[in-house]
Design a protein around this ligand. Structure first.
Ligand SMILES: *Cc1c(COP(=O)(O)O)cnc(C)c1O
Length: 375
């Protein structure tokens, strides 16, 4: 290994699958990587229509929706902006903040010129549906934003309960960043009444970065038509018009679509229930390992509060609140990649992305080495 490869996320893992545990981008199966090398096709011919039709059939069960799933050539942040630009027509936005990514959602709203109320709870905890009900009873909002799984802290909202509260307010849309949710966490947008939910390709779906996906409710599509500031590239009506005829308004990332088509097949072969179960099993194993380390006198802890923890990413608090980057570097030197802390938690926590196609067996391999490094 060269010196560069010792940096966080810099190790070259191509020869050793099962060792790349960043909370995004996540490890991509070699067959899925290879699918990207197929030759180009025109983006207005019948070949792309067939490809998009196949992708459409695969995406709906993954998103547990009857709606067409929007495929955007952008990272997930692009669709966070789309959510706000299409979902807000002049009223206020209530941003539920639980960490760095939900804070970004609020910042996007402010940058777009919207009046955003930031409501931040202590990092590691989540908003309670009851408190949200009180807030919405006293003030009216065009939209509520949140991150379902907050990747910077490893916390998880009870999305079904939150959606239930927002559903009581017909003029308020629920816009959800589910970037480390969908594909790893049981999520039912239609059944729960979520107005817009989005994710990116490079997290629990275990694809290369560069695509984002979104599902819009009828309410969202209606609101979008009135949203003067929705722009062109991310206008939901334009995206949807094209999507129903298996087209895209602009040139899509064709190579990534090849990878997506294959990965959807792999995901559905496993089955969504089985995929959610596997993520819960990896989460349980990680918690068991933390408890085991503590019993050996290593003062680490799960950062997120009990009962509000994400099945896809665990943020581990370091003993004495320091030393995270040294641990990440030592892991890299041993050929394993984990995430450092994010933002203000950079030195006080490490993060294990147990999501995507990883297995409990692979995770056990990681935890054994990590235990060694921490001891
Ligand atoms: C990674 C992530 C994002 C940002 O996604 P990009 O694809 O980098 O734009 C947003 N929200 C959450 C919760 C994330 O984990």
């Amino acid at each position: 290994m060269g010196p560069d490869e010792h940096a966080n996320g810099g190790a070259l893992m191509g020869d050793t699958p099962g060792r790349f545990f960043l909370p995004g981008p996540t490890e991509v199966h070699p067959d899925v990587l290879a699918a990207q090398t197929k030759p180009m096709i025109g983006h207005r011919g019948s070949a792309i229509k067939e490809l998009m039709a196949s992708i459409d059939r695969g995406l709906r069960p993954v998103f547990v929706t009857e709606h067409p799933v929007i495929v955007s050539t952008s990272s997930a942040t692009g669709l966070m902006e789309a959510a706000l630009r299409n979902g807000v027509t002049g009223g206020k936005v209530l941003s539920l903040i639980t960490g760095a990514f939900s804070k970004r959602f609020a910042a996007i709203g402010t940058s777009c010129g919207f009046d955003v109320d930031e409501w931040e709870v202590e990092w590691g905890t989540v908003h309670s549906p009851g408190d949200l009900a009180d807030r919405l009873a006293s003030e009216s909002y065009d939209a509520v934003t949140l991150s379902q799984s907050e990747t910077s802290t490893g916390s998880l909202h009870d999305l079904a309960a939150i959606a239930d509260v927002v559903a009581g307010h017909p003029d308020t849309l629920l816009l959800v960043d589910s970037v480390t949710g969908i594909g790893g966490v049981e999520t039912r947008p239609d059944e729960w009444g979520v107005d817009f939910i989005l994710t990116g390709s490079q997290k629990a779906l275990a694809l290369p970065p560069g695509l984002a996906f979104g599902v819009a409710s009828e309410r969202m599509m209606e609101r979008s038509k009135e949203a003067q500031g929705r722009g062109w590239y991310f206008a939901l009506d334009r995206l949807m018009d094209q999507l129903v005829s298996h087209q895209t308004p602009a040139t899509p990332a064709i190579s990534l679509l090849y990878a997506l088509d294959l990965q959807l097949e792999r995901i559905l072969d496993e089955g969504m229930e089985a995929r959610w179960e596997r993520h819960l099993a990896m989460q349980a194993r990680t918690f068991e390992w933390v408890a085991d380390m503590r019993s050996q006198g290593v003062g680490i802890d799960v950062f997120a509060a009990e009962g509000a923890r994400s099945p896809t990413v665990t943020c581990v608090a370091m003993p004495g609140g320091e030393g995270a980057s040294a641990v990440v570097a030592e892991m890299a030197a041993r050929g394993w990649v984990i995430g450092g802390g994010y933002g203000k938690l950079s030195e006080s926590t490490i993060r294990i992305g147990h999501m995507g196609d990883h297995t409990v067996d692979e995770l056990n391999g990681l935890l054994e080495v990590l235990g060694d490094v921490l001891r």
